[in-house]
Ligand binder design. Structure first.
Ligand SMILES: [Fe+2]
Length: 146
């Protein structure tokens, strides 16, 4: 049985993942509106992956008998200055979600099963950050490499 404290963190994370899915879908819509279908598809795929992460956490919480409480998902922004603005916002959001996941991982060090659920999500977070960094000047190291 998972503690109420951990269950609350996982419920929050489910909401974060679902919000990320909405946010990336909104970004996809912006690119679709500009007939930039390739980039629109990139964000559509990101959106679906976020939903998959939410599903995995939902399943985990269900498996360990935690109470699942679906949180409210705020409406994401739909107006963006340009493509770079979107990638910068996507990168910033990936950082927030990554930090949140690592916070849970830290608090669940002894829960090997939960780590197994989370590893794909963590790997995705890193890939998502790299994907967004390809289009922004963010996160360069001292040598200018990302
Ligand atoms: Fe995610």
């Amino acid at each position: 049985m998972v503690s109420e404290k951990i269950a609350a963190l996982i419920n929050e994370q489910i909401a974060h993942e679902q919000y990320a899915a909405q946010y990336y879908l909104s970004m996809s819509a912006w690119f679709s509106g500009k007939d930039l279908d390739g980039i629109a598809n990139y964000f559509r795929v990101q959106s679906k992956e976020e939903l998959m992460h939410a599903d995995k956490m939902f399943d985990y919480l269900n498996d360990v008998g935690g109470e699942i409480i679906i949180g409210e998902i705020p409406k994401p922004p739909h107006e963006f200055a340009n493509a770079i603005d979107i990638f910068e916002k996507a990168l910033a959001h990936e950082k927030v979600v990554t930090k949140s996941i690592f916070n849970i991982v830290k608090k669940c060090q002894r829960r090997r099963r939960f780590r197994n659920y989370l590893v794909p999500a963590v790997v995705h977070q890193r890939a998502g950050r790299r994907g967004s960094q390809c289009f922004t000047a963010g996160d360069q190291n001292k040598n200018g490499k990302r």
